[in-house]
Design a binder for this molecule. Sequence first.
Ligand SMILES: [Zn+2]
Length: 191
Amino acid sequence: MTYQPDSNVRWIVQHYSATPIERDFTAADIDAMHRQRGFRKIGYHYFIRKNGEVETGRDLSQPGRFETGAHSQGENGASVGICLEGGATRAAPYVGVDNRTPAQIKAQVALIRELLVRFPNAKVEGHRDMPGSATQCPGYDAAAWWASVARNAPTARPAPVVAQKPDQSERQSWLVRILELLTSLIKGKRT
Ligand SMILES: [Zn+2]
């Protein structure tokens, strides 16, 4: 097992497990999957379950140094990896989506804040933003998400429910208009 000095850390990289949100996966499951792929063990430093439980993977318990991860090819010696359970659905297993639960986001925010104390020069980014990556992971713009978290109150969620309401009513009024139009067309044909 190899270690790097803390001063190496330039990124805190967000991932999803690319597993269907309808099913439960633990760090142990991801560990088994990664071993199957030839990794020594789970490649991430942290795994956040849908219920917000934070499980540990690669070692960060020692002062001044961290275990090299296996989560972002080319940057493993300079980054810490956080993986969130989910990111896909049964219906669309190959489409990366942001289906983080509120409990996961809360735990993710707390964990990132904690890590930024230890790694103050690290940037919060998504796997897909890393140099040379070709992935949809983690299914959302993690840098923009983190910027909005940092701007707002410590516990704020990036997409407030209130903001979706006018959107929905607008969509509904469009639907009503389309229905009215269709009805008038059908009536017009009959007469
Ligand atoms: Zn990833």
